[in-house]
Ligand binder design. Structure first.
Ligand SMILES: Nc1ncnc2c1ncn2[C@@H]1O[C@H](COP(=O)(O)OS(=O)(=O)O)[C@@H](OP(=O)(O)O)[C@H]1O
Length: 326
């Protein structure tokens, strides 16, 4: 009896020590592995990293009903003040698309947090859905684009641009609430306006890092005037079914923009996460601000600076936008 008790307690101790050693070895083997994006993507299987955390199901197969956080297969990488929010919010209505609820800024500002952290920011999705994240700042740095390429070299990228002569007043209107902001002409000369009007310098880098067929360049003016046609372009680009219909969007005379058709079931499902006025289906007042009046002379000056960059852009992407000319 004594002998058996001794044996049991000894084997229990040995088992406990073995378990402890296994746990410690696993933990110490590569403490940064799970936090380092590149290390993570190389570790494990050869698959592209689209299946990371598993909060709501334990099925590792591709069961359609298995909802889990999946990494983005498409990013909206630029440009700020060009309709990026309206674009991603409208896309969220598509049954095959799931969108991150905010700008995650992973590849530029939060890269050290690791790919697991990035995945955790994504809402659950089914295996046939595509997760999209937008951070307009991604396009501004080659390092960021290289990181995206290393993360997933076959990722799809969407860039949305806007008449540069309108984008600058939009940036100004966004800051107008701040105290001591100078008049538009003074503000314009205080910022690096040539840089802000030159989309070509940034988009040409994207074309160097990624193949052409993985890049879609859209324009804000089309999104504003005909959101359905933009949604169709994205459906085609992503290779997903045509689900958007004319009556998904309703032009609101008061707002002066297209808004969601609030009677769509998916709108009601999403309305608490979208920044919209639930009653109208329009975006909040942060979108569609009143722009400052600009003198014809300053407009001409801005347009003549922008025009050479615009021509370079049109040649690069093989399409033209109807933007202000000098
Ligand atoms: N349907 C609809 N409703 C409201 N607003 C619309 C819409 N479509 C495009 N836009 C334009 O989106 C502009 C804001 O761009 P972003 O969302 O990229 O701004 S931000 O960078 O996220 O702050 C915003 O710019 P401003 O008009 O200067 O406010 C809008 O012109």
């Amino acid at each position: 009896m004594e002998y058996r008790r001794l044996f049991n307690s000894k084997s229990l101790m040995v088992a406990a020590v073995v378990i402890l050693l296994v746990v410690l070895t696993t933990y110490n083997s590569s403490p940064e592995l799970h936090n380092h994006p590149v290390a993570y993507s190389r570790a494990g299987t050869d698959r592209q990293p689209d299946e990371v955390t598993l909060p709501t199901c334990s099925d590792s197969g591709e069961d359609k009903n298995c909802m889990k956080s999946r990494l983005p297969k498409c990013l909206i990488i630029g440009f700020a003040k060009c309709g990026t929010y309206s674009l991603i919010a409208f896309l969220a209505m598509h049954p095959d698309i799931v969108t991150a609820k905010r700008e995650i800024k992973f590849f530029n500002e939060n890269y050290d947090k690791g790919l697991n952290w990035y995945a955790e920011q994504m809402p659950p999705s089914g295996s046939s859905q595509i997760t999209i994240e937008k951070t307009p700042g991604y396009i501004l740095s080659k390092t960021t684009l290289d990181r995206i390429h290393e993360y997933n070299s076959s990722i799809k990228l969407i860039v949305i641009v806007r008449d540069p002569v309108i984008r600058l007043p939009s940036s100004y209107a966004h800051q107008e609430g701040k105290r001591n902001i100078p008049s538009f002409p003074k503000w314009f000369r205080s910022v690096n306006f040539t840089d802000r009007m030159n989309y070509f310098q940034y988009i040409s880098v994207v074309y160097k890092v990624f193949p052409k067929d993985q890049i879609l360049v859209l324009c804000e003016e089309q999104l504003e005037d005909d959101p359905l046609s933009v949604m169709r372009d994205v459906e085609q680009f992503l290779g997903i079914r045509q689900a958007f219909k004319e009556d998904h969007f309703i032009f609101n005379e008061d707002k002066g923009f297209y808004c969601f058709n609030t009677s769509y079931p998916r709108f009601r499902e999403l309305s608490d996460v979208l920044r919209v006025v639930p009653a109208t289906g329009c975006f909040s007042n942060a979108k569609g601000r009143v722009h400052p009046d600009i003198s014809p002379a300053l407009l001409r000056e801005m347009a003549s600076i922008a025009t050479k960059y615009n021509e370079q852009l049109f040649a690069l992407i093989g399409k033209r936008f109807n933007w202000t000319e000098p």
